[in-house]
Each structure stands twice: as C-alpha cells, then as structure tokens.
Design a protein around this ligand. Structure first.
Ligand SMILES: Cc1ncc(COP(=O)(O)O)c(C=O)c1O
Length: 344
C-alpha cells in the first residue's frame, strides 16, 4: 500500500539498474540506465506502473471495460490494451486526430491485443477537447447499453492516483542505489503528461531520498512547465492530504524544455542520431517521441557542461520502442539507413 492506496502488482520488479560502460567511457559521466522498458506485458513501458493502481481500482469497481485517450500512437493506450487483455477486459482507445489510416507501431499492437481504436477527425467549429468529451461519452454509452461497466483511465495515466507508480519507483531506486553503493545520482526522465516526473518528485521528497531529479519535456508546454507542475502538485496535496508532508514552489521543479524541437512526436535528425548512438554503443533501443528526445537532451547537457563529468546520472528508460515503427519516423530512419543496406 502506498499513501493509503493498493495496487494489483502484476509487474516483475525491480526493473534492472545497469551501468552503461561504453557511454560512461565516452562521456566521462558515471552513466546508468533504469530499464523500465523491460516491464513486460504488451512490450513494456512506464505506464504499467501507473496501471497497477488503475486496474486495482477498476476491479474494485467491478468494471469490465477500460477506456482511455491519447494521440493515435499513444504508448499509454497500448499498455492499457495490454492490461485489459491480461485481466480479460475489453479496451477502447480514443483519439482526436487527422490520421492517415495507417495501422502501424502502437496502433498495430493495440489491435493485435484486441483493443478497439477510435480515431475521430477534428471538426470545424468545435474544440478538440469538446469533441473528445462528446466522443468518449458516446462510446461509453454504447458499452453501457451492452451491459458493460466502463472505467476511464486518464490520459497518460497522469492523475493524482497515477503518480503512485513512480512514487514506488523512487523507493525502488533508492534501495538499488544503496545496494550497489552508487553516489548520490541525478535522475533524468521524459516529461509528457508529467505523471512519471511528479511520482518521482513526490516519492523522492516525501520519503526524504537523496537524489536530484531533472525532467526533460518532450513537447512544448502551454505555460512554463514549472507552473504546470506546481498546479499538479497542489492537486496531489489536496487528494492525499497530510500523507504528503512536503510543500513545493515553482523553483523546486527542474524541468528542462530546451530539447522539445517545437512539437510532439516530430521526426528530428539529432534525436535519431542519439537513438543510433545508444543502439550502437549499448544495444538498447530508444524511441523517437520520448526516450530518444530525453537522451538527446542529456547528451546536450553533458556537452554544454550543464551535467558535470564524474556526476552519476540515472536515465529512466520509460519504453515506447514500438514508435520506431510508426510513420513518419520509420520513413526517416529508412532513408537514413539505406546506404549500408545491400541486397545482392
Ligand atoms: C515511452 C514514454 N516515456 C515517457 C512518457 C512520459 O510520461 P508522462 O506522461 O508520465 O510524463 C510517456 C508518456 O506517454 C511514454 O509513453
């Protein structure tokens, strides 16, 4: 139980914490990786830690269908589909997007695992947010008319409850660091809907763990990320009451947003270079939307001296690998890599 809430612990934890010898040698930084891409069901990733809490709540409420939302290539949707399959439930993933209709990457896996995928095109005169609410309500009603009980998993799993997955991960990391006798580390994670970062932040601070945390935004925020973070943190405090003993102001949130390249999930050649570097040096596959952007940001911070040589760094690999097989990333990679691909 964490902060008064139970989870259905289907993951094999702890995930490995490994030193990356090649990258440590190249950069002069003591470089470690936390393999949360190896969390198994549905090809793994960070959302499964959050879903351990959501599925417990959904089963408690006797739900039979999980519905969630995100971009068409949502990793969170794919992992919600995985959990639904594992627990014998139905799953629906709903997006508002102008989508080409191609079934690749995560969408392919969603369908393989039996989830229904609904992609509604934007409509003039109605905001995407309102269209999403309408569409979700309609799909929910359809399931209910068939006698199903629907449980809604919030986008990215980033609600007050969803932070508990990475709250636990902070405690798991603290134990691994102690057992491996690692220096006080700087932890880096991708920031999308922010539940991963906020879970780690609350776990580190509330449990008084000696670690620094830096988030790397993978897409621009509508306001300063720290302002956003503060608002989220206040909602968490309201939800958990005095079980969260700490307070925080904007200056306590370290979220770098220099490496978003201006958009969500856009193909970026520097990010692909970071992906190729990790793959060729350590045989670890990153994704173009989240972990590739984050690793690229870490490399840039090392190059510019923002991360000291000799610093111990732990990069949390949050998964997302199916994204390399989605358009347009796959096309860009094929174009980069075809020079040394020979058929004769
Ligand atoms: C692979 C991957 N890494 C990182 C993140 C970011 O996590 P969060 O949304 O909790 O900030 C996501 C979110 O979808 C993801 O799919």
């Amino acid at each position: 139980m964490t902060l008064g809430y139970n989870k259905d612990g289907f993951l094999k934890l702890p995930t490995p914490l490994e030193r990356l010898e090649g990258i440590s040698r190249d950069t002069g930084v003591d470089f470690w990786i936390k393999r949360d891409d190896l969390t198994d069901p549905g090809m793994g990733g960070n959302k499964l830690r959050k879903l351990e809490y959501f599925i417990h709540d959904a089963l408690d409420k006797k739900s039979t269908v999980l519905i969630t939302t995100g971009a068409p290539q949502t990793n969170h949707g794919r992992l919600t589909a995985a959990v639904a399959a594992k627990y014998g439930m139905k799953c629906a993933i709903v997006s508002i997007a102008d989508h080409s209709g191609e079934i690749s990457g995560n969408i392919l896996l969603d369908r393989i695992m039996g989830a229904e995928v609904f992609i509604k095109r934007p409509e003039p005169g109605i905001s995407d947010g309102s269209l999403l609410s309408e569409t979700l309500a309609k799909i929910t009603r359809n399931y209910e008319n068939q006698g199903e009980k629907v449980y809604f998993v919030p986008m990215g799993g980033s609600s007050e409850l969803g932070i508990l997955g990475y709250y636990d991960c902070a405690k798991e990391l603290a134990l691994q660091i102690k057992n491996k006798d690692i220096n006080v580390p700087k932890i880096f994670c991708a920031v999308g809907s922010m539940g991963t970062y906020m879970g780690l932040f609350c776990g580190i601070k509330n449990e008084n763990i000696q670690m620094d945390l830096t988030g790397i935004a993978i897409a621009p925020f509508s306001s300063e990320p720290a302002v956003w973070a503060r608002g989220y943190f206040e909602r968490i405090k309201g939800f958990y009451g005095n079980r969260i003993k700490i307070s925080a102001s904007e200056k306590d949130f370290d979220i770098n947003h220099d490496w978003t390249y201006g958009a969500y999930n856009n193909p970026v050649s520097e990010v692909r270079e970071a992906i190729y570097y990790m793959a060729r040096r350590e045989a670890i596959i990153l994704d173009p939307c989240y972990t590739g952007k984050t690793f690229n940001g870490i490399l840039k911070m090392i190059d510019s001296g923002l991360i000291d040589k000799n610093q111990t760094v732990i990069f949390i690999h949050t998964g997302g690998n199916p994204g390399i097989n989605s358009l347009p990333h796959r096309a860009e990679m094929e174009s980069d890599l075809k020079a040394d691909f020979k058929i004769f």
